[in-house]
Design a protein around this ligand. Structure first.
Ligand SMILES: [Zn+2]
Length: 695
């Protein structure tokens, strides 16, 4: 059985690798393309309107402030000879070289000048000294990996997304500065680009024995997985847009991801922490290094913490202060964040540590040196988040709605002129809408939008009333030729919904999206427009699956979370008229659940057993994990005796037949092809949580 399981794991890994490779081939993920040519046969160059806009930006933004470039290269020690890092599975996990066309001194009119500037700054690559005793390896993954020199070894802050990139970074620093063991790992927060590579720097046995400390903020394990399970499939699909998964790296495609170039495609793991920081502030000395942790829940992540190093006068700002205004709403989909709380936590860090700090470094971007500069950056970000919250609510209280605020709210001019306050990750537009969404929800107060028709139902009426297809195409072209892209998308979008198979309409809408994409400062927004254009032109490629999480993420899922998700996977119509009660017991961890099907709804409650259950299922949690990972089916668990069923077996068979698996290939834009992207899964296999790398 062990051999059998091993083989199945291999098959799963192979299929993951295959998926990543197909993705690379289909969308050119790591394929270098000729930067002078558009990668798509239907692709268009930037229009004269787009070029004019970029030129205006070149004149109005503070390009004479070049301090970021000085800070970005300060402390550089060495870069490795290689540009690619291979995954254990054989594909390319990371390729900084695929963006080198950014470094040839050319201004690309297909890229917002401010975004191109950020994209160049994010080309940091190699080992950097922050101050003697604190080092960073940058450009090995989306995030930075930081190394604090203790008395005997390294304390690693945030070990990247992938085992392979983290291991390469550790190897490189040891080659450059002398071999040292890793004595501790700190996870600054619960997003995958900050913990996924932990297996590349430590051995799990050393964490279990306590030899190596793994330190995390309160709530870390709950949020590392749970944030991304319930809506995981939808989030994974939407990542295609936010992260431009299918876009080749090109001036006409993917150029940057605001907080780094892109996410590494390697082995994503998770070793649970053995030290949890529970209080608002906690002090700990590890390997002779004094650290004061500041928990900042409810900021960039639900579990996050800054760290103050009093002996270095160094502030680690986690992902709370990086070289962009971040997402209050992340386009892959997530609960809306709290801009005011974020601002307040920056203010706490400023008043407790920032006024004494001589250096501030973080999990993305580059450090800031000198107290004046640190305070300047902290205040710029504190004020930008606070103004976003207060300014938007100021407007909302005067009647401005979620459907207007992005056209009304403006960042104060003094903040617009500071690079550290520019909105690369979160755009001003989508963040301002998010603030209203957080406080007032999605409804603008107009009953027309309260129970609207679905777009595919209303679109044919619009098309008819606008005089038909030919008139809309003609007007759409006219608006496109006048550079009125947002007007053009209004009417062409209706036509595409009414006629999903009309390729001329889809191509024209793609052309419109492309120009809007080129004009965006935020790569998340740019990628979303360019990815939609790609799918309108070419459809969704077969086999383009970004599945990248590993068994650790499934193992970290609680049984309750798994049962909750079975409830989401239940086809309520198939369950109609049926009712049953199941007692589920996992003896090895002492957990008990009652699972009830009633009214077409599957619910569960922990800590109870029903006296009149139709069926009792007993299986150790350790064995259940094999089924959750898809390594062994529940049927096989029953045959092997690992799972025991007492009572009405038909209940089990019924439940099995009511569960559906979600597929990643659903259409985001009409007429782009319904592709089956998800390999067949066992009925009780858990869906992979979405990969949150990048927040
Ligand atoms: Zn991050």
């Amino acid at each position: 059985m062990i051999v059998n399981n091993f083989l199945r794991i291999q098959v799963i890994f192979l299929s993951l690798v295959l998926a990543v490779n197909v993705m690379a081939a289909g969308g050119g993920d790591v394929i270098a393309t000729d930067p002078t040519k558009h990668f798509h046969p239907k692709g268009k160059m930037p229009s004269s309107f787009t070029v004019d806009l970029q030129n205006k930006m070149r004149q109005s933004l503070p390009f004479d402030d070049t301090r970021d470039f000085e800070e970005q290269k300060k402390g550089f020690i060495s870069a490795p000879e290689y540009k690619q890092i291979m995954a254990e599975a054989g594909h390319v996990a990371w390729d900084i070289g695929s963006y080198e066309w950014l470094l040839q001194g050319e201004d690309f009119d297909s890229i917002h000048p401010s975004l191109q500037r950020q994209a160049i700054l994010n080309m940091n690559y190699g080992l950097y000294e922050v101050i003697p005793g604190i080092y960073q390896v940058r450009g090995y993954d989306l995030a930075n990996i930081s190394f604090i020199q203790g008395e005997t070894g390294w304390i690693v802050f945030d070990p990247l997304t992938a085992k392979e990139t983290a291991a390469a970074a550790l190897k490189f620093i040891n080659e450059q500065l002398g071999e040292r063991p890793v004595v501790a790992v700190v996870y600054s927060h619960s997003h995958a680009d900050h913990f996924g590579g932990v297996r590349g720097v430590v051995d799990e046995a050393d964490v279990r024995s306590g030899k190596v400390k793994v330190i995390a903020p309160i709530g870390f394990m709950d949020h590392a997985v749970s944030e991304n399970v319930y809506a995981g499939n939808a989030m994974s699909r939407r990542l295609f847009f936010q992260y431009g998964v299918l876009l080749p790296r090109s001036p006409y495609g993917h150029v940057d991801q605001s907080i780094g170039k892109n996410t590494a495609a390697g082995n994503l793991g998770l070793i649970p922490p053995n030290v949890v920081i529970e209080k608002d502030f906690e002090t700990l000395t590890v390997d002779g290094v004094r650290m004061e942790f500041q928990n900042t829940p409810g900021t960039e992540a639900p579990a996050e913490m800054n760290t103050w190093f009093p002996d270095f006068k160094a502030l680690w700002a986690a992902e709370n202060i990086v070289a962009t205004i971040h997402n209050i709403y992340t386009l892959r989909g997530a609960l809306v964040r709290d801009a005011l709380e974020w601002s307040k936590q920056i203010n706490v860090a400023l008043y407790k540590y920032g006024r004494q700090a001589e250096v501030m470094f973080a999990s993305h971007s580059w450090p800031r040196w000198g107290n004046k500069r640190i305070q300047e950056v902290m205040r710029a970000q504190r004020d930008t988040y606070a103004n976003l919250n207060n300014g938007v609510l100021h407007l909302a209280n005067q009647g401005v709605t979620i459907n207007q605020v992005h056209n009304v709210y403006e960042v104060p001019e003094s903040l617009q002129q500071q690079w550290a306050a520019r909105s690369y990750h979160g755009s001003v537009a989508h963040n301002s809408r998010a603030v209203i969404n957080r406080y007032l929800g999605y409804w603008d107060g107009n009953p027309t939008t309260l129970v609207p028709l679905s777009p595919e139902d209303s679109a044919p009426l619009y098309v008819e009333m606008m005089g038909g297809t030919a008139k809309i195409i003609a007007k759409g072209k006219e608006l496109f030729d006048q550079g009125k892209y947002r007007y053009a998308q209004e009417i062409l979008n209706k036509l595409v919904y009414a006629e999903p198979q009309n390729q001329e309409a889809k191509d024209l809408l793609a052309d419109v999206f492309e120009q809007i994409g080129y004009q965006q400062e935020s790569p998340s927004v740019r990628n979303s427009f360019l990815a939609a254009a790609y799918e309108l032109r070419s459809g969704i490629p077969q086999g383009a699956s970004p599945k990248s999480t590993g068994p650790d993420m499934i193992r970290a899922m609680t049984t309750e979370l798994w049962l909750d998700f079975l409830g989401i996977r239940l086809d309520s119509k198939k369950a109609g008229g049926k009712a049953f009660t199941i007692n589920l017991t996992t003896p090895d961890n002492g957990e008990q659940f009652v699972v009830e099907l009633s009214n077409g709804t599957l619910t569960n409650i922990e800590g109870f057993q029903a006296e009149d259950a139709d069926l009792t299922i007993t299986i150790n949690r350790e064995d259940l994990e094999g089924t959750m990972m898809g390594v062994i089916s529940f049927d096989e668990q029953i045959v092997s005796g690992k799972a025991k069923l007492d009572g009405d077996r038909q209940v089990y068979e019924d439940l099995k037949s009511m569960l559906v698996h979600f597929d990643l290939g659903f259409e985001m834009m009409p007429g782009t092809g319904d592709t089956d992207l998800t390999p067949e899964q066992e009925p009780f296999e858990a869906e992979e949580p979405a990969n949150t790398a990048g927040g």
